[in-house]
Design a protein around this ligand. Structure first.
Ligand code: FE
Length: 183
């Protein structure tokens, strides 16, 4: 123990500083953090249905920057969608595997995937996979297209928010529930 009457040594001061929290307010305009302890939820109602045997679980819905972070869960095999990315996507495979018809790689459990702006590809889950879960950070929009690039539809953070509001409303979550994911 240090003697309170003795001036602190430089070493003691350095040691105290190292463990000291930042001692000023956060910027007034900064948004609060989001912390989701069980990102892969135990409560089945948290999975928002997207199509038959396809669900997503929102983590961060960035209305201010136009992107969303979610888990995609698929429990069927075959083609899921063909889509174009105007902006980049980052993916991390938590469970199972998937691939794109346009590429020869397979995104297996533990893989990180970067999808470049301008890319159009067709997502497939192979027969042997019973369930895949992947975290995706999708910027801008997903544009759904036919094999020639003809536009069939789109999704963006606002369509995602709408789907979440509808589903969680039906599931009896409170009005403010989706607000917890929006930044
Ligand atoms: Fe993609």
């Amino acid at each position: 123990m240090s003697n309170p009457d003795q001036p602190k040594t430089r070493k003691q001061e350095d040691a105290e500083q190292a463990r000291m929290p930042y001692r000023h307010p956060q910027p007034k305009d900064a948004f609060p953090e989001i912390v989701i302890p069980h990102a892969i939820p135990e409560d089945e109602r948290l999975w928002v249905p997207q199509a038959e045997n396809v669900w997503f679980r929102p983590l961060c819905l960035s209305a201010s920057r136009g992107y969303w972070v979610n888990l995609l869960r698929v429990r069927k095999s075959g083609v899921l969608s063909r889509h174009r990315h105007p902006q980049p996507v980052h993916g991390y495979v938590l469970k199972g595997s998937w691939r794109y018809l346009e590429h020869d790689w397979v995104a297996t459990e533990g893989s990180y995937v970067y999808e470049a702006p301008g890319e159009t590809h067709t997502l497939v889950v192979d027969d042997k996979v019973t369930e895949m879960i992947t975290m995706f950070q999708v910027n801008g929009a997903m544009i759904y297209v036919d094999p020639d690039g003809g536009v069939l539809g789109y999704e963006d953070v606002f369509t995602k928010i709408d789907m979440c509001r509808k589903h969680y409303g039906e599931m009896g979550f409170g009005d403010g529930f989706v607000e917890g994911f929006i930044r």
